[in-house]
Design a protein around this ligand. Structure first.
Ligand SMILES: C[S@@+](CC[C@H](N)C(=O)[O-])C[C@H]1O[C@@H](n2cnc3c(N)ncnc32)[C@H](O)[C@@H]1O
Length: 168
């Protein structure tokens, strides 16, 4: 991806590595004002004043949050999935929000500690196709090898907006 691709970091306070890799058009969001305040301190310390930071609920994104070429999530989908209040509905809303913030054929990078590759493929099957699984640390337990973290790259399918209704 070109380094000027518009990229959205959901829940961003420890994710400044993307800016360090040269990406210049970054927007970081979190629904917690204190997480954004912390991100502002990191931004100042790292001298990365170009990064835009906003308090936004990813499950109810404002109109300004649209047209991104890349959306990067490390831990937000996990946090949303653990919500004891209607977790299934919130996961579906997450997919709808993702479709609305990303351009058609935009990329979605997710890192999860809670979900396996197969589970994530199922969660995002309606609007997304997998491009790549990124390497993560492996462990062996009871003779079987597994990953403690799953990291996948998806691409938003070029679909009609009716896909959003189908997710209800
Ligand atoms: C596990 S932390 C991950 C933070 C960061 N990405 C990292 O790797 O350190 C999850 C974050 O998701 C944020 N979060 C949870 N639900 C959210 C929502 N609906 N909209 C925006 N941020 C949310 C929380 O405030 C928290 O900062």
């Amino acid at each position: 991806m070109p380094l000027e691709a518009s990229s959205l970091l959901s829940a961003c306070f420890e994710d400044f590595g993307y800016a360090k890799s040269g990406y210049t058009n970054l927007t970081g969001i979190d629904y917690s004002p204190s997480a954004i305040q912390l991100s502002e301190k990191v931004r100042e310390k790292e001298r990365m004043s170009d990064i835009k930071l906003k308090v936004e609920d990813f499950l109810a994104p404002s109109d300004e949050l649209s047209g991104f070429e890349i959306c990067i999530d490390k831990g937000t989908f996990d946090a949303i999935s653990l919500n004891p209040d209607n977790a299934l509905g919130k996961r579906k809303q997450y997919v709808r929000s993702l479709c609305s913030v990303l351009k058609p054929e935009g990329f979605f990078l997710i890192t999860s500690c809670n979900w396996t590759k197969e589970e994530l493929l199922n969660e995002f099957r309606e609007g997304f196709e997998i491009l790549e699984e990124l390497p993560t640390p492996k462990f062996c337990f009871g003779g079987r090898i597994g990953n403690s973290v799953t990291a996948l790259v998806f691409q938003r399918k070029k679909v009609r907006p009716s896909i959003l209704d189908k997710l209800d």
